[in-house]
Design a binder for this molecule. Structure first.
Ligand code: NAP
Length: 345
C-alpha cells in the first residue's frame, strides 16, 4: 500500500499559551513510523467533556498554543517501524489515553502523556504513535464503538472495578447520561449489579432503563435525589458511585453512599469542588478515590470484559469528519445520550 505524504487534521489554535482555542481543518504531513512506532489510519474518534474544557482553555495541557484535539480514536495499522513487535499492518487498534501509562501506579511523567492534551490527539486522518500506546480492538466492536472507550470507558472501568470493588448484586449510582455514566451503566448491568441513574430528561431515563437501569431519577424534578436513591434501595444507598457532577452533586452523592461503599471522584460537570464530610465517611467505613482515566492494563481488562459480556457501547451519533466542529457544538448543547463519535475518512 502506498502511503500518503500529506493528510487533513483538525488543530486547536490560540494566540499565546493561555485562553480559548479555535478549531481549524489544516493540511499536515503524515509522519512515517520510527523504530518502535506504528502508523494508524484513523477511522473514528470520540468526544469527551474534557475536549470542551480544552477548547475553552480550562484544562491543563501545558504551555501549548496549538494541539490536535481528542484523546479517543480507533483505526487500522497501515505501517510499522522495523522494531515493532506488538502489531502488524491490518491490525485494528485504539489509542490509550495516557501514552506512557501501561500498568500499576502512574508516575508524574505518565500523567503528562495524554493525547489531545500534552500530546497531539486523534482528530486526524493518520497518527503515528509508539507501539506501547495502542491496544488491539475486538472483531465484534466497530471502529465507532471502540472509539468510545479510551477515556470514558477506561474511567468507568477504573472507578467500578480497579479502584472500586463492584460485586454482583451491588447497587451502582450513575449521574447523568453522558459518556462515563452510560458506559458505567452498561458495565454495571453486565456485571450483574443494579444500576440507578439520574438525568435531567425523562426520555433519556427511558433509554437508560432499556440498557438495564433498575432505578431512574430525574435530578431536575428531585433536587435532593439522595432521598430517591435511599427509597430505591430500601434505605441502604449505593455501594459504588461514579461522581461526575462535581461541585453541585458531590454532597448528594456522598449522602447516597451505602456503608462500606466506594465513591469514585471523576468529574466536574458543575465545576470542581465541594466539601468531604470526613466524620460521616469514617463512620460508614467508606472509600473515596480520585480517578484519572486509567492504564493500558485497565483498557485491556475492559476489552476482555466487553468481549465476555457482549457489551455494545452506545454511539449516539456519528458526525462526518468534514463537520467535526458540529460535534463540539452538539456536546456543548448536551443533546446526546452516551457518546458522540466523529467518522474519519
Ligand atoms: N477524571 C477522569 O479521568 C475523567 C474521565 C472522563 C470524564 N471526566 C469528567 O467527568 C465528567 C463527565 O464526563 P463525560 O465526558 O462523561 O461528560 P458528558 O458526556 O459531556 O456528559 C454530559 C451529561 O452530564 C449530565 N449532567 C450535566 N450536569 C449534571 C448534573 N448537575 N447532575 C447530573 N448529571 C449532569 C447531563 O446528563 P443528562 O442530559 O442526562 O441530564 C449531560 O448530558 C466531566 O466533568 C469530565 O471532565 C473525568
Amino acid at each position: 500500500m502506498t502511503l500518503p505524504s500529506t493528510q487533513k487534521q483538525y488543530r486547536l489554535v490560540r494566540s499565546g499559551h493561555h485562553g480559548s482555542f479555535t478549531l481549524s481543518l489544516v493540511g499536515a504531513p503524515v509522519r512515517p513510523p520510527g523504530e518502535h512506532e506504528v502508523l494508524v489510519k484513523v477511522h473514528a474518534a470520540s468526544l469527551n467533556r474534557r475536549d470542551i474544557f480544552v477548547v475553552h482553555g480550562q484544562y491543563p495541557i501545558g504551555p501549548r498554543d496549538s494541539v490536535v484535539p481528542l484523546s479517543d480514536g480507533a483505526g487500522e495499522v497501515v505501517a510499522i517501524g522495523p522494531g515493532v513487535k506488538r502489531f502488524r499492518a491490518g491490525d485494528r487498534v485504539a489509542a490509550i489515553f495516557f501514552q506512557a501509562w501501561l500498568s500499576g501506579r502512574p508516575s508524574p511523567q505518565v500523567l503528562g502523556s495524554a493525547l489531545g492534551g500534552q500530546l497531539d490527539g486523534m482528530l486526524s486522518q493518520y497518527v503515528t504513535l509508539g507501539e506501547q500506546g495502542l491496544v488491539k480492538i475486538l472483531p465484534d466492536l466497530s471502529y465507532e464503538e471502540a472509539a468510545t472507550l479510551p477515556c470514558a470507558g477506561v474511567t468507568a472501568w477504573n472507578g467500578l472495578f480497579t479502584r472500586g470493588r463492584l460485586q454482583r448484586g451491588d447497587t451502582v449510582l450513575l449521574e447523568g447520561t453522558g459518556g462515563v455514566s452510560v458506559l458505567g451503566l452498561q458495565l454495571a448491568a453486565a456485571a450483574g449489579a443494579k444500576p440507578i441513574i439520574t438525568s435531567s430528561q425523562d426520555g433519556k431515563l427511558e433509554r437508560a432503563t432499556a440498557l438495564g437501569a433498575v432505578g431512574t431519577i430525574n435530578y431536575k424534578k428531585h433536587p435532593d435525589w439522595e432521598k430517591e436513591v435511599r427509597a430505591l434501595t430500601g434505605g441502604l444507598g449505593a455501594h459504588e458511585i461514579l461522581e461526575v457532577g462535581g461541585k453541585d452533586t458531590l454532597a448528594h452523592a456522598l449522602a447516597s453512599l451505602a456503608p462500606g461503599g466506594h465513591i469514585a471522584l471523576i468529574g466536574g460537570l458543575t465545576g470542581f469542588g465541594g466539601d468531604v464530610p470526613v466524620m460521616a465517611l469514617i463512620a460508614s467505613n467508606a472509600t473515596v478515590s480520585g480517578i484519572y482515566v486509567g492504564s493500558r492494563a485497565d483498557f485491556e481488562a475492559l476489552l476482555d470484559f466487553i468481549a465476555k459480556h457482549h457489551v455494545k457501547p452506545v454511539v449516539d451519533r456519528v458526525v462526518p469528519f468534514s463537520s467535526a466542529p458540529d460535534a463540539f457544538k452538539l456536546m456543548e448543547a448536551g443533546e446526546f445520550f452516551g457518546k458522540i463519535v466523529i467518522g474519519v475518512q
